[in-house]
Design a protein around this ligand. Sequence first.
Ligand SMILES: Nc1nc2c(c(=O)[nH]1)N[C@H]1C(S)=C(S)[C@@H](COP(=O)(O)O)O[C@H]1N2
Ligand SMILES: [Mo]
Length: 225
Amino acid sequence: MSEKRNFFRIPVIFLFFVLLILSSGCLSDTQVEQITYNESEEATEFQGIELTPIVEQRNNAIRGTQFIDQETYGLEVYGLVDNELSISYEQLLAYPSDTRFVRLDCVEGWGFDAKWTGVTLNTIFDEAQVNENATNAIFHCADGYSTSLEIDYLRKNDIMLAYKLNDITLPADRGFPLQLVAEDKYGYKWAKWIIGIEITDQPYEGYWEKVGYSNNAVVGGPAFE
Ligand SMILES: Nc1nc2c(c(=O)[nH]1)N[C@H]1C(S)=C(S)[C@@H](COP(=O)(O)O)O[C@H]1N2
Ligand SMILES: [Mo]
């Protein structure tokens, strides 16, 4: 092998590895932007209750962070409805908003206290004209995750879809644009990166429910049933 060929080969191999490292697992600038936020704007307390700072909150996801483009995003509401919806991010923010203190408890035993701001499902269900015979809402997520809850539970407890957490726009790694604030239900009912809500009159088992976790998922109740 000539000296000359070796001289060229080394930088080419080096460049190959640099490109390999850059393309594997590296985040683009916009993706980094979607995860970072201004900590000075984060609420530390709400209604006299101390909140868990976002950095101290655990995060749990089957396939890691999903990055959703707010420009092309649409929340699809379909199934047993008279008025199918595709709600843009801008439209979500334009609905009347609600703000609440709610604690998330994962079935594994950890949890955190947070302030949530978003839109109630009653608002969305009314606009979609959910049929009277419908029993369940299935939440479909960008990572392939899904879970369901009874419409009765969602309506009676005025459950909401949150787009803000401790006054901060939901960071990408925490479910941007939406996380379901499933009060009194274990964390696996708190769907993140929601892209679709399917209304049905059929029973449904989500990602964790299918492998035996309780479909009722009441905090303090059995994890499996
Ligand atoms: N799309 C999606 N949503 C999800 C999950 C997931 O893997 N994918 N994990 C669930 C579980 S098990 C928990 S405990 C909570 C954690 O929510 P957090 O990131 O707000 O802590 O998200 C829930 N929502
Ligand atoms: Mo969980």
